[in-house]
Write a protein that binds this ligand. Sequence first.
Ligand code: NAD
Length: 502
Amino acid sequence: MSAMSEVPVVPHWIDGAERAGVSGRTAPVFDPALGSVTKDVPLADAAEIEAAVASAKAAFPAWRDLSIAKRQSIIFTFRELLNARKGELAEILTSEHGKVLSDALGEITRGLEVVEFACGIPHLLKGEYSENVATGVDVYSTRQALGVVGVISPFNFPAMVPMWFFPIAIAAGNTVILKPSEKDPSAAIWLARLLKESGLPDGVFTVLHGDKVAVDGLLTHPDVKAISFVGSTPIARYVYETGTRHGKRVQALGGAKNHMLVLPDADLDLVADSAVNAGFGSAGERCMAISVVVAVEPVADDLVGKIVSRMTALTVGDGRRSCDMGPLITEVHRDKVASYIQIAADDGATVVVDGRGIEVDGDKNGFWLGPTLIDHLPVTSKAYTEEIFGPVLGIVRVGSYEEGVALINAGAFGNGTAIFTNDGGAARRFQNEIEVGMIGINVPIPVPVAYFSFGGWKNSLFGDTKAHGAEGVHFFTRGKAITSRWLDPSHGGINLGFPQNR
Ligand code: NAD
């Protein structure tokens, strides 16, 4: 119990066991549907960062040298336990993040996919071999673990985003320090316990809670070899610049502003379903949420009507009560999201559905904001140019496909986008011309499956390596090429020329 607020304090996880924070600094963790503090989370100081890195460093050599089959079998066991007990984790997610239980289960399922991908690590780590590149000389390549790697994750996917990285990193022989979001830290501890139960040796997976101090500690520590970060664009840029300056490999995934382009021949019922699902799922707190619908005229009026009728049927409330949409993560964030509705209105947009003051099935103190639709959103408004990260969907009307593509390509972000059309030629052209990392064609949230890689372009990803899939394996390993000759006794002699094979 913390002396200050008399709520439980979430522990760190170091050396395979819970560790109470000793820095004396904590942050409150809310239940967003109740609006009250339910836990405190410790914020690590320099000594705790040192202890976490030392433990992960000490665990590395034995873990790296363990047979690949034994590492794989631990990941298999973890997969089985996680699948059997995912309901427990979903409840934790809902109680700290606020997303509805079905959505929390969906998040875990997408994380499980990466665990399943990591079960294939023996195949993924196979090298290449060329015999007789010169007489009696063979060359082969291998990919080896890096050592201690850091994962720094955002609040919106407290289970899935860590699972984009740690299953692959661990399976490949690295040891991992996870710095979860301080807003919903308990999922990480639940995962740590499950990894231990799966047979993972102590020190291979560490959870270090904290804020900028912990992040800076990992970014500058000489024993941390790589950083996988997911969060907002300003912090992603900072993490990339600081980590690389300290000699680490860094992949830093940033914010987003995802557009959905609707051509006049699209099935407008499918478009409306998709816009509502992808706009308001998880209260819009998804990096792959659709935040702007770009409607090629003359379909906008029809589409707005169809979206409104679906939106107004959504139930908002406590995620434990079978509602469609839960609260936002904090009061501060809710107020910031709501301020964009006012900004849009002041900039001349039409607020068609206003989520401020919505009736909810939940505690009046929860951090509520209802689904909001803003039509005629000016592309000069901050409500268009900035990431809102809440249940606010904008409509921008354009005259042609070309105008829509030019608008999307002019944006600062390049995470995801979608096109809705029945014209295969237009879709193919879009896939080629659009400057965005992940594309949906008649699919609103194009999060690629785990054996492909996840990541955007421009301000949505700093670094050149995406998450999971082949790029994830590449990120958590480094290549070695070995040239070998086993001498035939008849070989030998002096030759100072540069070695060549012809
Ligand atoms: P955030 O940037 O505030 O925090 C992310 C992480 O960085 C947290 O662990 C936090 O503790 C840490 N952090 C915060 N401020 C810091 C600072 N000044 N210095 C060092 N570390 C700091 O992001 P968030 O609000 O937790 O998450 C929402 C953001 O994440 C949105 O912008 C969303 O688009 C983005 N996101 C992106 C993706 C993607 O794949 N591109 C996925 C999920 C979320």
